[in-house]
Design a protein around this ligand. Structure first.
Ligand code: ADP
Ligand code: ZN
Ligand code: ZN
Length: 747
């Protein structure tokens, strides 16, 4: 008799363990296979087999049979089963939740089926074809179909195609089948998500000396199946080509590779480069794939048809076997941390996968995260550097403009004199420009000049943004709209003014100063539809617009050879956020945006406008000096005891009722204090333990409170983090509680 241990697909904590089932005679099972089992009073629940067993300690009457299997292969490969266990341990979630990450959502509950196409295949000998055709003279439809099939390569056509050419033909084909002249066949067909993508087969460029250098360390590591690297390469140094060569090596030695990018919609170029060099061997897991496309790509990977998978965060779960290389591009990006349960960090999972499967981990960035660069300093990552741009192109020249001086000169416009001059020069030379603004909408807030009243959302504690196209105020947290007041609701004054600059305002100003110059705006408002990103980016590439105005989303990874000028409208907007990473994020963003200029033959110029030119993040970004910024920032973090010296765990509590949120937060605080009371040895590692309302105290009508623990990052301190998570998991009436470790947003 044979048994198996099953995890059922029910995510509540109290069923978070394996259950034993009997394997009926004749059923072939192995770990990773999905099954239906009876569970409690439910007759049919999906589950995953995690282990097989020869015997079972339970009395036979208490053990039930596996009902059936969902697929005849393990949907979850062994390395993914291991990874799920690790996620359960490190992200404080149930195993069922972790396993859900491993297969496309559509596969659960069998909401999708494999798509097949029907083909008509000629079954008659060459020699008798003429004769057969003649025999159908009095049935013109049948004769047409036969003739078409005889013309078609291989003597076969998809039914769809026959219908397209000859109209409804099904009855005629069925008649021909009866006569034994054709055979009908169903074949699997995979939806291809690459329809719109340009498919130019490219050949390899000659490597630069730097690229060769870096590869001379990387390739032997890929061969040996071991190594963790950080590639620090300035913008335009040619990191992608390094990725391509390393992936190719992995493929040559029979292994596979995963390439993670922050947001796949924003990296059509990376995808194109890989597709053009690897063709069908590359799969793309795109966030905007249709459920069917996503499922088909998953199956192509699972079947082993694919050598390299490119995708955003969740592509780390690609069911590739024999992974020899995982690359994480722009590794400093927050998007590698999941914001829903289970809260995993794709960089950590990549490390685990590489360790287990004998692969090389390659993190890459022009502005590495503090954490990774510190790890390189300690030798936990091997640092590889590319300090020059391809072909020794210079890094763009950055001119810092102090906007306080502009005000003194009486210039109240969005653009400084220098910005206008530079834009004009760029347009005269027939080149393209990018203008970066960190907020969408027209103005960032609306306020009364007389009394200082600011229009805030009724549901959230944030000011509302004016959107010109709808002439309405909109909240960027909950989407609620409101009318623009004509007089101040507080004091009745008419001096209602718009402050702060959004993308719409900049677009309008560009039209004013450069009438007739085509402008394109790229922000969350203009990219809501499926292919909007790609459409806008390729229009800009073709030169249909000369100036692109956009938010964060234009900062990353784009390579437009004709862009020589980049304007940053307000460099310091982000510095004021109440988050210990605001300087780091400002530096990263400014450096990345500046890096879009002058990437081909023509040198680039960057105009950076700021009210705070002496700030070390802005200063260092203007010189594109990562190391200077890193040294300064690490000193500050050390002094203020921020990560990577410490880690921050926070319990976030949300409730419709302010009192409930506050009470729950205070109760959580007391539990944590009591816990630490009993553990004197942890006390000296604690930098802070606080309870307070969140910086944004209300979102979507819910009050938000937090308990934050700042503790030295040592293995022994994990116990305290575990306790935070445990407290957050205990249900509290009327509240939602979650525990986050180093949350991507502290708001
Ligand atoms: P990064 O990601 O480091 O910012 P990219 O990989 O986008 O840089 O490369 C910058 C540009 O240089 C791209 O247009 C790329 O095609 C080109 N490039 C990269 N390597 C080479 C090379 N060895 N020879 C010529 N051009 C190259
Ligand atoms: Zn007022
Ligand atoms: Zn709101």
């Amino acid at each position: 008799m044979s048994y198996c241990q099953v995890i059922v697909d029910i995510t509540s904590g109290d069923v978070d363990r394996v259950f034993t089932y009997r394997v009926p005679k004749g059923m072939e099972l192995c770990p990773g296979m999905r099954v239906h089992v009876p569970f409690g009073r439910m007759s049919r629940v999906e589950g995953v087999v995690v282990e097989m067993a020869e015997s079972c300690d339970l009395p036979p009457a208490r053990v039930r049979d596996v009902t059936d299997t969902l697929e005849d292969y393990p949907a979850i490969i062994p390395s993914m089963l291991d990874l799920a266990m690790r996620i359960k341990e490190t992200s404080f979630c149930t195993l069922a939740q972790a396993l859900r990450l491993m297969i496309p959502a559509q596969m659960r509950g069998q909401r999708i089926c494999e798509r097949t196409k029907e083909y008509a295949v000629l079954t008659i000998d060459e020699a008798v074809r003429g004769q057969v055709l003649a025999s159908q003279k009095r049935a013109p439809k049948r004769a047409q179909i036969l003739a078409a099939l005889m013309e078609a390569p291989g003597g076969e056509m998809a039914m769809e195609e026959i219908r397209r050419q000859l109209g409804d033909s099904r009855p005629a084909v069925l008649a021909l089948e009866k006569m034994g002249f054709v055979r009908l066949e169903r074949r699997e067909s995979l939806r291809s998500p690459y329809g719109a993508m340009e498919q130019l087969a490219q050949h390899d460029p000659e490597l630069t000396a730097q690229q060769k250098d870096v590869l001379s360390s990387l390739l032997p590591a890929v061969d040996a199946g071991k190594g963790n690297f950080l590639l620090y390469g300035v913008t335009g140094s040619g990191k992608t080509e390094v990725f391509i060569r390393a992936v190719r090596r992995a493929a040559q030695i029979g292994k596979t590779a995963i390439v993670l990018v922050p947001e796949i919609a924003l990296t059509p170029q990376m995808v194109m480069w890989f597709r053009s060099r690897f063709g069908e061997d590359a799969a793309v897991l795109h966030s905007r794939l249709s459920p069917g496309e996503r499922y088909d790509e998953w199956r192509r990977i699972r079947r082993g048809d694919v050598r390299v998978v490119i995708g955003a965060r969740s592509a780390i779960f690609a069911p590739l076997e024999n992974v020899g290389l995982i690359i994480i591009d722009e590794e400093h990006e927050q998007s590698y941390i999941a914001d829903n349960t289970p809260r995993y960090d794709a960089r950590e999972l990549a490390r685990m996968r590489c360790e287990r499967e004998g692969g090389v981990l390659l993190l890459a960035s022009a502005t590495p995260s503090m954490r990774s660069f510190a790890m390189a300093g300690r030798g936990d990552l091997t640092l590889l550097e590319m300090m020059r741009r391809v072909k020794n192109r210079p890094l763009p020249q950055v001119n810092v403009i102090d906007m306080r001086d502009e005000l003194k000169k009486g210039n109240r416009s969005v653009f400084s004199g220098a910005m206008l001059d530079s834009l004009k020069r760029c347009m005269d030379e027939g080149r393209q420009a990018i203008l970066f603004v960190n907020r969408r909408g027209y103005s960032t807030f609306v306020s009364c000049r007389s009394c200082g009243y600011t229009v805030t959302c009724t549901q959230c504690d944030v000011s509302m943004t004016y959107h010109m196209s709808e002439h309405a105020l909109r909240c960027h947290y909950c989407g609620q709209e409101a009318e623009v007041p004509s007089v101040c609701p507080e004091c009745g004054s008419k001096y209602i003014k718009f402050f702060g600059t959004g993308t719409q305002r900049v677009e309008e100003e560009v039209h004013k100063y450069f009438p007739g110059v085509p402008v394109l705006r790229m922000d969350n408002d203009t990219t809501r539809t499926k292919d909007a990103h790609e459409t806008l980016l390729s229009a800009f590439r073709r030169g249909e617009a000369r100036i692109m105005v956009g938010t964060q989303m234009i900062a990353k990874g784009l390579d437009f050879p004709n862009v020589t000028m980049v304007g940053i409208i307000a460099a310091d907007a982000m510095l004021k956020l109440p988050d210990y990473r605001s300087a780091e994020r400002t530096f990263q963003l400014l450096t990345q945006v500046a890096g879009r200029a002058g990437r081909a033959e023509y040198p680039g110029e960057v105009i950076l406008q700021t009210y705070d030119p002496e700030h070390y993040a802005i200063e260092a970004a203007s010189r594109q000096d990562y190391r200077a910024f890193y040294m300064e920032e690490m000193q500050r973090r050390k002094k203020a005891l921020y990560p990577p010296y410490t880690l921050i765990a926070r319990i976030l509590i949300e409730s419709e009722k302010e009192e409930l949120a506050q009470a729950a937060a205070q109760s959580a605080m007391r539990q944590m204090e009591a816990f630490l009371e009993r553990r004197a040895y942890l006390r000296k590692f604690i930098a802070a333990l606080r309870v307070m309302p969140c910086p944004v105290a209300r979102i979507k009508g819910k009050s938000r409170w937090q308990v934050t623990l700042k503790i030295v990052d040592k293995p022994i301190c994990q116990e305290a983090v575990g306790k935070m998570s445990e407290i957050a998991q205990a249900p509290v009436e009327g509240c939602q509680c979650i525990c986050q470790v180093n949350p991507s947003s502290m708001m």
